[in-house]
Design a protein around this ligand. Structure first.
Ligand code: SF4
Ligand code: SF4
Length: 312
């Protein structure tokens, strides 16, 4: 009953369904990733694996700055940013627009050693979310699908140490993934303790509070038993908040209305290509119709019907 009342009240809250004039953008600088995480669609993705062309990248950043954009990240739908040889060149390119700040990305750091740490710090990266597990090689390989635990640690620890020595110019969040192990095994592992000592927040508390709820990418991924499907929340006449947040630029130059689940970049949420312009795509008829058809007629894009990351 309380839910129905809240739902009915918020349906008439027009601010909830108003998009900002300028979107946030995420740029998938590459969709290449060598890992095969248990909860990821990377192993089944058929989309061509490629970095975003540098000309397209510059075009997007220039276009974004021109329309007054300030919030940009390099988060990928699928992809490992440190596998992009031009990653730091891209970060430096964004620096020509000081209003675009902060800039960062999620990474496993498995391939950080391909970039000079000195350059990493001088490029202008403001935040990194490091996906990892810290309880040994075996559970890491089981979760990430690759035997790169030692390589990841050899990258993560110097990054944290150097960052601390420099006074923390990069905000580094260590995201310890939920592996199939008892919690006490995780928080007592020597590598966990070593890393916990290097971050400036309570890593153990974070791990104790983490969730095991994930999405299965429209059924494309068969989840292991220790992970649980997030509930499928009701969404009738209530478009997902993601459709009012920003745009996603895929590594093939396509632009979509949500970066979340469209791993093939071919759903109804694809609005056009970078050359169509971010402003026209964000304020254009296609996206407006997607939102309005959902809100007024309950016509929900197919990809959003079963998405467990729907944002109420
Ligand atoms: S979750 Fe990230 S690191 Fe893991 S396979 Fe997918 S893209 Fe790669
Ligand atoms: S329901 Fe899922 S796919 Fe659809 S807009 Fe929301 S997060 Fe994106």
């Amino acid at each position: 009953m309380a839910f129905s009342r809240r739902w009915a009240g918020s349906y008439f809250d027009t601010a909830r369904f108003r998009a900002p004039e300028v979107p946030h953008i995420s740029i998938e600088t590459t969709n290449i990733c060598n890992a095969a995480c248990v909860f990821c669609a990377n192993p089944v993705m058929e989309r061509r694996k490629q970095p975003l062309g540098m000309e397209d990248f510059k075009h997007v950043v220039d276009d974004f700055a021109r329309i007054g954009g300030t919030r940009l990240d390099f988060n990928a739908t699928i992809g490992e940013p440190t596998l992009d040889p031009q990653l730091l060149e891209r970060v430096r390119y964004v620096q020509r627009y000081p209003q675009i700040n902060p800039i960062g990305f999620v990474s496993t750091l498995q391939w950080l050693h391909r970039h000079r740490l000195e350059d990493f710090f001088s490029a202008g990266i403001s935040w990194i979310s490091a996906s990892c597990s810290l309880s040994g090689r075996e559970s890491y390989a089981e979760f990430f699908g690759v035997d790169l635990y030692d390589q990841m640690l050899r990258n993560l620890i110097p990054l944290l140490e150097t960052n601390a020595a420099r006074g923390g110019p990069i905000s580094i969040h260590v995201d310890v993934k939920p592996t199939n192990e008892p919690l006490e095994v995780v928080v007592r592992h020597p590598d966990f303790l070593r890393v916990a000592h290097l971050v400036n927040y309570d890593l153990e508390k974070q791990v104790r509070n983490r969730g095991f709820f994930v999405d299965d990418w429209q059924g494309a991924v068969e989840l292991p038993d220790f992970l649980t499907l997030r509930p499928l929340y009701p969404r009738g006449y209530r478009p997902c908040r993601m459709l009012y947040k920003g745009l996603n630029v895929y590594s093939n130059g396509r632009v979509g209305a949500c970066q979340c689940r469209d791993f093939e970049a071919n759903s109804e949420l694809i609005l056009g290509r970078v050359e169509n312009g971010l402003g026209p795509l964000w304020n254009g008829e296609t996206l407006r119709n997607i939102r309005e058809r959902w809100r007024r007629k309950n016509e929900i894009p197919e990809i959003c019907r079963t998405c467990r990351y729907y944002m109420h």
